[in-house]
Design a protein around this ligand. Structure first.
Ligand code: KG4
Ligand code: ZN
Length: 341
């Protein structure tokens, strides 16, 4: 029988647990933290406190929904980083406690590897399409924007990365100045559907190679708002949808432009997207269109695997466990990705 993995994810503001048998998802539970909404961003102290409250019921529910008892778990996969240290500490400490109590091996997972390997999770009723190695993954989340060349579950190379803001972060910040609720990305996605993407033009970056930059776009967006508001205080209210559409299309143009170039240079045509921003409808449609035009095989994740979830941590843990990569009890969480390379 295939092994059973419990995945735990607590890197930011979602407490999540999932159970996999082999690569098949048996259960996935996510407790999103509403407490941050009124502050317009994630407050680290409140996040770790909420994780502490959520972790036991979330894991318990995931096990119950999967019909699995603790003694049937072969390994506990947990997010070691990158993320908020206090949040990561809750998941890591819980994994250690359960590991000791149940004498179950632990496997640490890089959150970003999780997003990328989410394409290998299967559902009980259907196999999802898996990319072949090597493939390119455009990883777009609130904290990261990277093009990653994936040669195996263990060999990944960053082809390009943002030199300042992440794409999701830029969307969230622009949403905030428009007075939209946090996180802004999904709200911009929704409002953009009613707007004209050609209504406004914002600065596009000129960064060499495959790297990204979003801070110039953000500044250009802010200046447009400032200038237009000086003329008409109702400008944002009147143009909200077109501002969202123009901003979103610019972000997607920037993202996809470098991805096309990376595919051309590497000759790799299996193209995946992942991370919270890969939930975006404009990006998803563009990737599908480019795929048809360029003969790519495109891998666009199910919505439930785009934002943070423990199924992706469990599947990354599955591959590491099979590879014999276990963690010792003295493992500590790390806030920055660079510390994990
Ligand atoms: O991967 P994720 O859940 O957390 C991180 O690892 O950062 O990504 C969160 C980011 C946020 O910036 C959020 O605004 C963005 O993903 N996001 C979206 C959408 N859904 C989530 N951005 C654009 N369109 C969406 N539909
Ligand atoms: Zn994430």
């Amino acid at each position: 029988m295939e092994i059973t993995i419990l995945g735990i994810e607590s890197s930011c503001d979602d407490t999540s647990a999932a159970v996999l048998r082999g690569t098949t998802l048996l259960s996935s539970v996510i407790a999103s933290q509403e407490v941050h909404r009124k502050y317009g961003g994630v407050i680290p102290e409140l996040a770790s406190r909420a994780h502490q409250q959520n972790i036991v019921p979330v894991v318990d529910t995931a096990l119950k929904e999967a019909g699995v008892t603790v003694d049937k778990i072969d390994a506990i996969a947990f997010t070691r980083g990158p993320g908020l240290l206090g949040s990561l500490l809750v998941g890591t400490s819980f994994a250690k406690g359960l590991s000791i109590a149940g004498n179950i091996p632990m496997v640490e997972v890089n959150h970003l590897h999780g997003h990328i390997l989410s394409h290998f999770v299967d559902l009980p009723d259907r196999q999802l399409p898996h990319p072949d190695y090597p493939f390119l993954c455009l990883l777009v989340s609130g904290g990261h924007t990277q093009i990653v060349r994936v040669d195996s579950p263990f060999e990944m190379k960053i082809v390009g990365t943002t030199i300042d803001d992440a794409a999701g972060e830029a969307l969230d910040k622009c949403a905030k100045v428009m007075g939209l609720p946090y996180p802004g990305g999904p709200v911009i996605d929704r409002l953009a559907k009613e707007g004209d993407p050609d209504a406004f033009h914002f600065a596009k970056p000129h960064v060499s190679g495959f790297d990204y930059s979003f801070s110039g776009l953000k500044t250009s967006f802010l200046y447009t708002l400032r200038d237009m508001m000086a003329e008409n205080p109702d400008f944002i209210e009147l143009n909200k949808c077109s501002l969202c559409a123009s901003l979103l299309h610019t972000v997607v143009d920037i993202l996809v432009d470098k991805l096309i170039r990376a595919s051309k240079e590497s000759g790799i045509t299996d193209i995946a997207i992942g991370g919270g921003v890969s939930a975006n409808s404009v990006l998803r449609n563009r990737i599908a269109d480019e795929g048809r035009r360029r003969g790519w095989r495109t891998f666009i994740p199910e919505l439930k695997f785009t934002t943070d979830n423990a199924a992706m941590i469990a599947v990354a843990g599955y591959y590491k466990y099979k590879h014999g990569e276990l963690s010792s009890l003295d493992v500590a969480p790390v806030a920055r990705y660079e510390e994990m390379l």
